[in-house]
Ligand binder design. Structure first.
Ligand code: ATP
Length: 370
């Protein structure tokens, strides 16, 4: 049983008093793949290092399984950590890099040999066991670092941005390998990244952090479709969610969103009206994802009350899709349309908003209204 939990953990670095994380409480379930996601400096690595025992919490407790480990050194926590810079021993070959931790712990040679060969098999390192780290590619080095963690058979694997030194293609490949590894080992894994694609593809759940606090802990789908606030909505998704400031207007018992000084005026679906009732006549932030905006020429239906005319200023072909940068006069928003679509630039075009998929945020608190 390897549940990991943090109770009210705060870390203040001294001297200087930098508050890296504030009052963090979270639970990672046994066998779960949990991703800590957030921008640089949000406190995700500090949180991981506190779980590992590499940093001491200023306040709060860490449990691994049912055991309070806050005062245990890293070696007694039954965890294995994989770092961004691999942290391999340059003078040792692959075999010895993987075997070293077990030798230190005085495992019998036969057991060490069995575990190293098993890990090498899982990671496709069998033919590289005699090589030194400098004779390996970045991806192979990272695999050795993972192998060194696997041989320990830890209760919990901790990964700190393990793929960020790899090129784009290798990153995608290693991501799939880590996914497979999780399925195969059925271990609890905690993974730190600032890369939302890694978070979405790897995580059973994602912890979205910023400025030392947790904004949301949820499945990738829930984080994407039901963000709790504007920060989460804007951090997840590529291109990011479009935000437009404007007012909720009530006319003939129907609600409309009306952009301040711009062209966007759309009818709000009836189901959203109860939650928006308190905001009638007030400023709100409207959010729509780029894939929920359609070129009218290609839309299956185009109700006039959901159709907006905007100027297409830039067209970015991405292969399978095209990003259109559209101006409402006040805001620029991005629509992601089919790869075959190429509207003329600097001309007005009609766009259909899928109003069943939009979001509204409170302008003051930035919390999700609906
Ligand atoms: P990155 O993705 O850039 O590694 P992060 O989200 O992992 O960022 P942390 O490394 O956890 O962020 O840092 C959180 C905050 O704590 C930052 O403001 C950072 O400058 C500060 N910090 C981290 N380590 C120390 C330290 N040893 N001494 C002082 N401040 C620190």
């Amino acid at each position: 049983m390897a549940r990991v939990s943090l109770r009210k953990v705060t870390k203040i670095f001294s001297p200087g008093g930098v508050v890296a994380i504030k009052d963090i409480t979270l639970g990672v379930e046994n066998k779960e793949f949990m991703v800590f996601l957030g921008p640089s400096g949000c406190g995700k690595s500090t949180t991981l290092r506190i779980i590992a025992g590499l940093e001491e919490a200023t306040e709060g407790d860490v449990y691994i399984g049912d055991k309070l480990v806050s005062n245990l050194p890293p070696k007694d926590r039954n965890i294995a950590m994989v770092f961004q810079n691999y942290a391999l021993y340059p003078h040792m070959n692959v075999y010895n890099n993987m075997a070293f931790g077990l030798k230190l712990r005085k495992y019998p040679m036969s057991e060490i040999d069995k575990r190293v060969k098993e890990a090498a098999g899982i990671l496709g390192l069998g033919k590289l066991l005699d090589r030194r780290p400098r004779e390996l590619s970045g991806g192979q080095r990272q695999r050795v670092a993972v192998g060194r963690a696997i041989v320990r058979k830890p209760l919990v694997f901790l990964f700190d941005e393990p793929l960020s030194n790899l090129d784009a293609k290798m990153r995608v490949q290693m991501r799939t390998e880590i996914n497979r590894l999780h399925i195969r080992l059925q271990a609890t894994m905690i993974y730190v990244t600032h890369d939302q694609t890694e978070a979405m593809t790897l995580g059973n759940r994602i912890v979205v952090m910023d400025e030392g606090i947790i904004h949301q802990i949820d499945t990738p789908a829930a984080i994407y479709d039901k963000p709790v606030n504007k920060f989460v909505a804007g951090f997840i998704g590529s291109p990011p969610m479009n935000f437009v400031e404007g007012k909720i207007i009530k006319k003939d018992s129907k609600f409309y969103f009306d952009e301040t000084d711009g062209k966007i005026r759309v009818k709000i679906v009836d189901e959203m009206m109860p939650k928006l009732e308190p905001y009638v006549g007030k400023e709100v932030i409207f959010g729509i994802r780029s894939e929920d905006i359609y070129d009218k020429l290609f839309a299956s239906e185009a109700p006039p009350e959901n159709t907006v005319t905007m100027a297409c200023e830039v067209v970015e072909p991405m292969g399978s899709e095209v990003y259109l940068h559209l101006s409402s006069g006040k805001h620029t928003i991005i629509a992601k349309v089919g790869g075959h679509e190429s509207p003329p630039i600097n001309q007005d075009m009609d766009l259909v908003f899928d109003m069943s998929r939009i979001h509204f945020f409170d302008k003051d608190t930035e919390r999700t209204i609906v």
